[in-house]
Design a protein. Structure first.
Length: 97
């Protein structure tokens, strides 16, 4: 499974970011531009995933790693963000609320 750091995520351009945290977590703080598709509902929403490569993020990287593995097994070009949203915030990067 491919993964990147929050520092690498900040430098990426043009790659959609899917946040698999729950709605309340997403509403509290998120990486700017992230799209919320909670892990708990993702199975029925695969049609909403972007075409081509995309990144997945959660709070610290555990849920998104599981999602990335499952999606990769289905043929998606997906990259996990190690450290997650908490790592993004800890690095002092801007968030949307």
């Amino acid at each position: 499974m491919k993964s990147i750091t929050v520092q690498q995520l900040r430098e990426r351009q043009g790659v959609p970011l899917i946040d698999v945290r729950e709605v309340d977590e997403f509403a509290a703080a998120r990486v700017p531009g992230a799209i919320n598709l909670p892990m708990s509902t993702l199975g029925g929403r695969l049609h909403e995933l972007p075409e081509g490569a995309f990144d997945v993020i959660c709070a610290v990287g555990g849920r998104s790693a599981r999602v990335a593995e499952a999606l990769q097994a289905r043929g998606y070009d997906v990259t996990n963000v190690d450290g997650g949203t908490n790592g993004w915030i800890a690095a002092g990067y801007p968030v949307e609320r």
